[in-house]
Design a protein around this ligand. Structure first.
Ligand code: FAD
Length: 646
């Protein structure tokens, strides 16, 4: 039997990005003793990398903006597959969350009259992104961290212990959410540096672990994005929603190879940058889809006038939602009109004076200068699509962020599904983190308070099983049991094969035969990953960490491939070459992935023997007053026939 440290908390938040920190602050402020646990150093979450800004209809830059317009843009961007109640709450509450950040010390860029400055972004009708140059995520995390420290100082004054009510466990990885009698009872985790196991017992757990990009070869995401939270939820019995929707950001760096995939922020286009092919043509004018025709400029002159006079001109098509721009770039490269390194050209140098570029896009200036020796004030950048964000995620209740089917489990941020439908608009993630992070913390704390008379105790059997699972890579050669028998495997080789498979066969343009091939390969990798072996010991051993992360990436990748194969239409971040159009009948359908065991029991916990089962579910009809925000002619493009009739 394993002897592991146990600690008791009311709420455990897994993840210290924007969603996790906002959840933790809320839970602690509502009286819950709260633990935050994160894989990397405190403050080094993915949120730090966010560049462009936070979308919130504060109407600082255009007084016509309102939550209703933001809601409309979000639903259009998601091609109406959004969980509409989430989109409504998000649009309504985002401004409060930004103002609240300011009261906690965030220093946003200002307008001339001293209000928070807001910039243009793809798919947003008005300038809506509150920002700090192109380093907004850093300021967001700095502010939330500072708030956490101030709460800890308050606790110190009352209890003499900074960590009595709010404690951060950094550089620790959670490998299992534990359950007792069908309810959450805590998490099993290990310290990355020492390899020491420990258990945090708690009636409520908030998952806020971010995305899945490391399953793909070319990605803007960092090493942490291995789909852990998605897999933890699956293994705990909670379904994932619409995992086929993966966002390929149109503009990642393409050269040199060592930096391929690193993001080039959408602010470059929001601030006036244009896309050209090798013939020098601004090709986006050829790619405006019918659903957006009335909203976008038809000529370069009109598009250019829009920057100064947005009320009397339509926006340029470089600012179409990301899925449209990514597909257009892909098509240009395929037609042989790409740049020398397989992308297209993104140019600000001919659009703005050098000092304006350096002031408004300082990170981009340094990124290209240092990584590619390109001076963006004098020459064009080369860019191409990169795997950036996952719209699919843990299926949650819109108001409470409670994960479906597992009492005590909550999810917020990129790991949660529903909010963004089939495609996320830029800037809508940072606001999502704050709105639903707060809601998750609130409801988790409330739930934990309601269970205070029945504190969960984690039984030893579960701890032993979690410890054995985590230790398996050290005894891979002893693994002979079917179906996993065979020689040990190198986790790095398995990871590379997985990334190549997802990139080539379930990437930006998808085909039935290729996805079937991907599923076969994933099944093979899942069996081989059971034998992922490492040498040495548990003290900081990156190979071991990767071997454990592989379980998660493989489960999540299978969900993406299965759902992508099932959805026989193209919508948002899911493009089928064999089903190129958006099919209105599919608007009514959500796809749910659950882990079942082969004997038919639900919520299997064995990642190699359990199988991903996919079910269809009818989406909830959009509330009438929200539908009334759209023109009837527009709704006809999106809604299924029977919905229009209703
Ligand atoms: P994260 O910030 O990634 O936090 C995840 C946390 O979970 C981390 O602390 C990690 O250590 C922890 N974790 C993961 N697995 C485990 C585990 N097993 N155990 C313990 N801890 C774990 N969005 C916008 O709205 N505007 C932008 O301008 C913008 N720019 C972006 C630029 C880049 C380069 C990228 C990559 C993304 C950008 N996005 C932007 C998207 C946005 O940044 C992310 O979607 C968002 O930050 C996700 O936040 P999160 O809190 O959900 O997750």
């Amino acid at each position: 039997m394993s002897v592991v440290d146990r600690q008791e908390w009311d709420v455990v938040v897994v993840g210290a990005g924007g969603a996790g920190l906002r959840a933790a602050i809320e839970a602690r402020e509502r009286g819950a003793r709260t633990a935050v646990i994160c894989k990397s150093l405190f403050g080094k979450a993915h949120t730090v990398m966010a560049e462009g800004g936070i979308a919130a209809a504060m109407a600082n830059a255009n007084e016509n903006d309102s939550w209703q317009v933001h809601f409309r843009d979000t639903m259009r961007g998601g091609k109406f597959l959004n969980q509409w109640r989430m989109a409504e709450l998000h649009a309504q509450e985002a401004p409060q969350r930004v103002w609240e950040l300011e009261t906690w010390g965030a220093l946003f860029d200002r307008t001339k009259d001293g209000r928070i400055s807001q910039r243009n972004f793809g798919g947003h009708e008005y300038p809506r992104l509150a920002h700090v140059g192109d380093r907004t995520g850093l300021e967001l995390i700095r502010t939330l961290q500072q708030k956490i420290v101030s709460l800890q100082q308050e606790d110190f004054r009352e209890t003499g212990d900074y960590e009595s009510r709010l404690k951060v466990f950094q550089e620790c990885t959670v490998t299992r959410v534990l359950k007792q009698d069908g309810r959450v009872c805590g998490v099993f985790a290990y310290e990355r540096e020492s390899g020491r196991f420990f258990v945090l017992e708690a009636p409520a757990v908030v998952i806020a672990t971010g995305g899945i990009g490391k399953s793909f070869k070319v990605t803007s995401n960092s090493w942490e994005y291995t789909g852990d939270g998605h897999a933890l939820a699956l293994l705990a019995g909670a379904p994932l929603l619409n995992m086929e929707f993966v966002q390929f950001h149109p503009t990642g760096m393409v050269w040199p190879p060592s930096v391929k995939g690193i993001l080039v922020t959408e602010s470059v286009r929001g601030d006036g940058g244009v896309l050209r092919n090798s013939d020098g043509k601004r090709f986006m004018f050829d790619y405006i889809p019918d659903v957006f025709k009335e909203k976008y400029a038809e000529t370069e002159e009109e598009g250019d006038r829009w920057y100064d006079d947005p009320d009397h001109n339509r926006r340029p098509p470089e600012l179409l939602p990301r899925d449209e721009v990514a597909r257009a770039i892909n098509a240009e490269v395929k037609e042989g009109r790409g740049s020398p390194h397989g992308g297209v050209f993104l140019d600000v140098s001919t659009r703005m004076p050098a000092e304006v570029i350096k002031r408004r896009l300082p990170s981009m200036y340094h990124q290209f200068k240092e990584l590619a020796d390109v001076d963006i004030t004098a020459e064009a950048m080369e860019v191409g699509p990169t795997c950036h964000y996952v719209m699919g995620g843990i299926a949650v209740e819109s108001d409470t962020a409670a994960a479906r089917g597992v009492p005590g489990l909550y999810a917020a941020g990129e790991v949660a599904g529903g909010m963004h439908g089939s495609n996320r608009l830029g800037g809508n993630s940072l606001s999502d983190l704050l709105v639903f992070g707060r809601r998750a913390g609130h409801h988790a704390a409330e739930y934990a308070a309601g269970r205070s008379g029945a504190r969960p105790v984690v039984d030893d059997v579960q701890i032993d099983a979690a410890a054995a699972e985590a230790l398996r890579p050290f005894s891979a050669e002893a693994e002979t049991e079917e179906p996993a028998g065979g020689p040990p495997e190198n986790p790095y080789t398995l990871h590379q094969e997985l990334q190549q498979t997802m990139n080539d066969l379930v990437g930006i343009i998808r085909r039935e035969a290729e996805m079937e091939q991907a599923l076969e390969k994933l099944a093979e990798l899942r069996v081989r990953a059971r034998r992922a072996g490492v040498e040495g010991h548990r003290q900081f051993n990156p190979g071991w960490h990767l071997a454990l992360d592989l379980r998660n990436m493989l489960l999540v990748s299978e969900c993406v491939a299965r759902a992508a194969l099932e959805r026989t239409e193209s919508r948002g971040g899911h493009t089928r070459e064999d089903h190129p159009g958006m099919d209105r009948t599919w608007r009514r359908i959500n796809l749910l992935c659950a882990l079942t065991d082969p004997t038919g029991g639900l919520a299997a916990t064995d990642p190699v023997r359990g199988q991903i089962a996919l079910t269809r579910e009818t989406t909830e009809p959009v509330r009438a007053d929200l539908l009334a925000l759209f023109d009837k002619e527009e709704l006809v493009k999106y809604l299924a026939e029977e919905e229009l009739y209703e």
